[in-house]
Design a protein around this ligand. Structure first.
Ligand code: MG
Length: 162
């Protein structure tokens, strides 16, 4: 078995769509980034890459690469899920937390799980928690959103080819 940890944060700005866990969330601001800036998907991706021992998200999807400009992070996640299979592992469990003051994200958790499972993460193998930062720091001031993820990968007997 392998474990991995991932963290990500993005700035909230006007004029961007807010996408978290593959779900479009109605809000006056969105997250700034080269791709769709999906903070939860990025934290999950980094945890999975970490569990494989293959570096980090920036090495796999450089923000200087035009291919990833405004890219859907669910598509990036699909690449990583495939990489996991190629390396002879499967996702056993992912736990995650999103930290934001606003908007309220609990109504979107089930939709996020569904969207994330479209990347190939087994459905029922992911937990998402949401919490505020009690008004403290950059999150408390509504300047950005952060996410943490931990994953467990399990070795598979038969390696599935690309
Ligand atoms: Mg990111």
């Amino acid at each position: 078995m392998r474990i991995g940890i991932g963290y990500d944060s993005h700035k909230l700005v006007e004029g961007r769509r807010l996408i978290i866990g593959g779900v479009r969330i109605p809000f006056k601001k969105g997250l700034l980034g080269h791709s769709d800036a999906d903070v939860l998907s990025h934290a999950i991706i980094d945890s999975l890459i970490g569990a494989l021992g293959l570096g980090d998200i920036g090495q796999h999807f450089p923000d200087t690469d035009p291919r990833w400009k405004d890219a859907s992070s669910i598509e990036l996640l699909k690449h990583i899920i495939n990489l996991i299979r190629i390396n002879g592992y499967e996702v056993s469990w992912i736990d995650s937390s999103i930290i934001t003051e606003k908007p309220k994200l609990s109504p979107y958790i089930e939709d996020m799980k569904t969207a994330l499972s479209e990347s190939g993460i087994p459905s029922g193998a992911i937990n998402i928690k949401v919490k505020t930062n009690e008004g403290m720091g950059f999150i408390g001031r509504g300047e950005g959103i952060a996410a943490y993820a931990v994953c467990l990968l399990k070795r598979i007997e038969q390696i599935i080819s690309e």
